[in-house]
Each structure stands twice: as structure tokens, then as C-alpha cells.
Design a protein around this ligand. Structure first.
Ligand SMILES: [Zn+2]
Length: 145
């Protein structure tokens, strides 16, 4: 018997039940409603921050980025892998700081990429710059422990 995880679709918001063993072998399951791949970072804006981050049932890893930021693009595939691997335990989201200055200033984010780990909208950890995946995993495991 496999455990199931509840994973929210980043596109349509439907909650999907996904067996953990499918995620463990690196499969990217699709949303049952709209067929979007699950386990991709959700796009969050200043307007949706309260609903998607503060009221999330699990801690949220918020990737603050901007399109002109080269290091942000280096981090992006790592975040996508983690979003698939840790789906259901953590919610991964990304916020464009150029388009959403209120959230960036609320958390005094001065450089990007910054990863904020938030529980109930409160910061529990922060990683600034591009870190190795192993280091990010170590800190996230501590956050969900
Ligand atoms: Zn969907």
C-alpha cells in the first residue's frame, strides 16, 4: 500500500490525490482536471499571497525572482525538481519581484534569488543566492521536520 499525497494543481487549483511511489520514481503526474503537470511551482502575486501562502496547509517555499536575473534562471530547474520531489509536503511557489513589490518589501528582500520558507505566512528560513541542491534539501527537510 502506498501513501497518497494531496497536490494542488498549479494551473486550475484542483486538489489531486497522488500515490507517493509515483513521485518517488520521479514521475510527474498530471492534474486530473486540466492535465497540467503537478509539482510545478505555483505563480504567486501580491494579490494571491494571502490565499496561496498564508493559508497554505503546508509550509511554502517562495522563490523570489525576476526575468533579468541570471542566477535566478540557474536556480529555476532545481526548484522545479524539488517541487516534484517534495510535492504535498511543501508547496513551491514563485513570485516575480518586479511585478509584485509589496511582498518583496514586506520581507525586506534585497537581492534575488531569495528563497523564503514560510509557515502560515511567517518566515521560518531564508536562503539568499544560488545554493547547491543538497544544501537546499537539507534546510527544507529541517523546515518540514
Ligand atoms: Zn489542473
Amino acid at each position: 500500500m502506498s501513501e497518497t499525497r494531496l497536490i494542488r494543481c498549479p494551473a486550475c487549483g484542483a486538489t489531486n490525490r497522488v500515490p507517493e511511489d509515483r513521485l518517488a520514481v520521479g514521475q510527474r503526474p498530471l492534474c486530473g482536471r486540466c492535465k497540467t503537470p503537478l509539482g510545478k511551482p505555483l505563480k504567486v502575486t501580491d494579490a494571491t499571497f494571502a490565499a496561496e501562502v498564508e493559508r497554505a496547509p503546508v509550509p511554502v517555499v517562495l522563490d523570489l525572482w525576476a526575468p533579468w536575473c541570471g542566477p535566478c534562471r540557474m536556480l529555476e530547474p532545481v526548484i522545479e525538481e524539488l517541487a516534484a520531489e517534495m510535492a504535498g509536503r511543501l508547496r513551491f511557489a514563485k513570485l516575480n519581484v518586479d511585478e509584485n513589490p509589496a511582498t518583496a518589501s514586506r520581507f525586506t528582500v534585497q537581492s534575488i534569488p531569495t528563497l523564503l520558507v514560510l509557515r502560515g505566512g511567517q518566515e521560518i528560513d531564508r536562503m539568499v543566492g544560488v545554493l547547491p541542491k543538497s544544501e537546499i534539501v537539507r534546510r527544507l527537510e529541517r523546515a518540514v521536520a
